[in-house]
Write a protein that binds this ligand. Structure first.
Ligand code: GDP
Length: 446
């Protein structure tokens, strides 16, 4: 997510590793400056950060001290006064106005936020289509709501203010926890839009106003956030498209220059691809130290502990079969992109980059494997040894694979099962680490 920054911090930190003197500090600071500027961080922010880091380490240039100073400074810069993550109103429903320019990802983000609240916080969420000008926008919202199974209030024959009033009334009557109001977007900021938003704000009396900013637009995102803050008043920013070429500097700019806290980050087109922005956690990830808290939160509500235990028993006994595999695939899909998960595991940030956008849902190979497994009988899935050549041929043609490919998949699965069994035994974790070290030693590019 912050690849460029994480990489360049590593570079700066490595400069310190070998020397413990002031020259090393100067070198590391220079490296840091270069990398921050390259990551699109505003030059004033860079200057401030460098001065503070230098002040903090003065006299003691050890690596630990440098890391700690950098960590403190980054956390300070990324922290703006205000709420963190999602904050519920003391009296439900919590009303959130979603605002942003057209194409910024506002509609998608509204869906993602609803999905996050529903899946991770177990809340009852209502979405209101306040953007009634563009029919396509209402239709898009309708599709998203269907996909995530969230109720939508929309009526193209009404005015935005009417529909917002209606939505809130419904939420109060039917005890919804959260109301997300999608508002009209424009290609650029204009007076008419600002008036419409001000009017909706009056009617909705929201607890929060989230401005959705497209991270790909770099410093423009910082500027427009400032304008919306001045004209309408915003309580948080959600940065969308952070999976793109965005360099991370925009996150610092919004927190530090605009002074509005970043609340969420969208890093992918799918509904699970939204993460809470909690500064010290993000800094931990930035420094390549992972973020186990977020990972635990994300998995806790999706992975059923009892099932996980059953599964681990099966693996230990070497009984993991294709039925379990299919189930695991479904769970993985709910976790979002592989890349974002890897970035949360300490030491795996580098690997996340390698994996890139490995897409579980759309991978051709996995689609074929799924088709193959789906056409097996439950018995065959439990025990693939039952498959004879005739069956294999039939399965192969059904899944659009060659028989050789089918044989390869079956063999791989058998081997994977064996390996998993080995690793799940005593000292398995150590064995795995050794293997990874070996692999790294062999020079797998990072
Ligand atoms: P709106 O006009 O502001 O409502 O924008 P949309 O929600 O329609 O999003 C515009 C485009 O950006 C769509 O193609 C979305 O799929 C895409 N998009 C939104 N958020 C993200 C994100 O976090 N990452 C990526 N890669 N694409 C996104």
């Amino acid at each position: 997510m912050f690849d460029t920054l994480t990489d360049s911090f590593k570079g700066a930190i490595d400069k310190i590793r070998f020397y413990d003197d002031n020259k090393a500090l100067a070198k590391a600071l220079k490296e840091l400056k270069k990398s921050l500027l390259k990551a699109d961080v505003h030059h004033k922010v860079v200057k401030e950060l460098l001065v503070n880091v230098e002040k903090e380490v003065k006299g003691d240039v050890g690596k630990e001290k440098f890391l700690k100073a950098l960590q403190n400074e980054l956390t300070r810069i990324l922290t703006a006064k205000g709420n963190q993550g999602f904050v519920f109103a003391s009296k439900p429903p919590t009303i959130v106005l979603m605002i942003g320019l057209q194409g910024s990802g506002k509609t998608t983000t509204t869906g993602k936020l609803a999905y996050f609240l529903k899946e991770q916080k177990k809340k009852k969420v209502l979405i209101v289509a306040g953007d009634l000008q563009r029919l396509a926008a209402v239709e898009q919202l309708r599709q998203i709501c269907e996909q995530i199974d969230v109720t939508l209030v929309a009526d193209e024959s009404k005015t935005p203010n009417q529909i917002v009033k209606e939505g809130i009334k419904k939420a109060q009557k039917e005890l919804y926890d959260v109301v997300l109001i999608d508002t009209a977007g424009r290609l650029a900021i204009d007076d008419e839009l600002m008036e419409e938003l001000a009017s909706i704000k009056k009617v909705a009396n929201p607890d929060e106003l989230f401005y959705v900013a497209d991270a790909m637009t770099g410093m423009d995102a910082v500027r427009t956030a400032q304008t919306f803050k001045d004209k309408i008043g915003i309580t948080g920013v959600v940065l969308s498209k952070f999976d793109g070429d965005s360099k991370g500097g925009v996150a610092m700019g919004i927190a530090h220059q605009v002074g509005v806290p970043l609340r969420f980050i969208g890093a992918g087109e799918k509904m699970p691809d939204l993460e809470q922005f909690i500064p010290d956690r993000v800094v931990s990830r930035l420094m390549g130290a992972g973020d186990l808290d977020s990972l635990a939160e994300k998995t806790a509500n999706i992975i059923d502990e009892k099932k996980a235990k059953q599964l681990s028993k099966k693996i230990k006994k070497g009984k993991f079969n294709f039925n379990d595999f299919l189930e695991q695939m479904e769970t993985m899909k709910k976790l979002g992109s592989m890349k974002s998960i890897m970035g949360m595991i300490p030491g795996m940030g580098g690997m996340a980059k390698q994996i890139g956008d490995m897409d579980l849902e759309n991978s051709q190979e996995l689609k074929q494997i799924k088709a193959l497994i789906s056409s097996m009988t439950p018995k065959e899935r439990e025990n693939p040894e039952l498959l004879n050549n005739t069956r294999k041929r039939r399965l192969a043609s059904g899944a659009g694979m060659s028989q050789m490919h089918v044989n390869r998949v079956l063999k791989q699965f058998k081997n994977a099962g064996k390996m998993a069994k080995q690793f799940s035994g005593k000292g398995g974790m150590k064995q795995m680490q050794d293997m990874m070290k070996q692999a790294q030693g062999r020079g797998i590019p990072r």
